[in-house]
Design a protein around this ligand. Sequence first.
Ligand SMILES: NC(=O)c1ccc[n+]([C@@H]2O[C@H](COP(=O)([O-])OP(=O)(O)OC[C@H]3O[C@@H](n4cnc5c(N)ncnc54)[C@H](OP(=O)(O)O)[C@@H]3O)[C@@H](O)[C@H]2O)c1
Length: 322
Amino acid sequence: MPTVLITGGHTGLGLEAAKELASGARLDLLLAGRDPNRVEVAARQIRSRYGVDVGVLELDLSSLASVRAAAARVRAMLETGEIDSLRAILSNAGAQFRGPVSYSADGYEETFAVNHLGPFLLVNLLLDLVSERGRIVFTASGTHDPETMDGKMVGAAVEPDADALALEGKNGEKLISGGKRYTTSKLATMLFAYELDRRLRRGQSSLASIAFDPGLIPETGLTRTSPGAVRWVARTSPMKWFLERLGVTMGSLSFSGPALARVAYDPSFADGSGKYFQSKNGSLIEARSSKASYDEERAARLWRDSERLVHLRGKEAPALLR
Ligand SMILES: NC(=O)c1ccc[n+]([C@@H]2O[C@H](COP(=O)([O-])OP(=O)(O)OC[C@H]3O[C@@H](n4cnc5c(N)ncnc54)[C@H](OP(=O)(O)O)[C@@H]3O)[C@@H](O)[C@H]2O)c1
């Protein structure tokens, strides 16, 4: 049975998508997370409820060494037949850090490391292993667009300069807020998803690169570093009603999780490469992303700088894109 790899597939949106892939599409799963014991709890639950194979992959996106080890493990699983084929990658894990700036094991600002550099390296290392007509789906966020209420509420994304973002706070400059670090990392996700699509098309690949915004879902662990009272209020029905009236793109676990799964397996999204889909107030729609996200020069620069920051070696770059 084909397998779908989901980063952060043991919690929140990723877990809901995983359940839909297991129950609706009957696909095997590989759940990737940094604490294998916690991931195994979700894997066991899905195995026993839906009868599909669910593997656990140790992956810490804030460590380039961990990303390389995880990719090597997937390669070995395919070689030994532990998994049949890799149908799709859901690059879904992400984090938001409030408060003082923190750094990854490699010395990079943590939001940019977890939300962009780690996924960038992982997808590059695994791309050649994805089967024909497979899909790479990125969980982005409507907050990447500073023109929208989503973006305004969290903090307008700044220029996605990879070196500046990776070394944020190390050169004595004024720090940007945790909110802006998050929205800018999600702008990087959009630029990466679109640039990957362009490179795949140039290489005449059958793979698809798709971006997805789940909408605001206050119930997940994403806002765990926000004050408890803020998190509690955001989960109440009156507040959700108010946010929707304000123009915020609202999602929900029960709708956005299965929507993410559909983008990854449903035939109606087979021509979705290079597109952006949004779970918005109970509908799954194709949407326009921010103006900056379509800037091909910015995307090419981000790709080059990211390759350097993750030390992508020549032989590691996907043959598909060479
Ligand atoms: N919730 C929203 O309102 C919203 C809106 C737009 C976009 N999104 C995006 O949706 C995606 C899923 O988030 P969620 O809302 O479902 O929240 P969540 O439940 O907190 O899921 C985030 C996942 O990312 C994983 N993760 C964090 N740091 C990691 C690291 N260093 N290495 C590997 N995995 C790591 C977490 O694993 P641990 O369990 O180990 O922490 C968790 O499984 C994220 O990309 C988020 O940015 C969410």
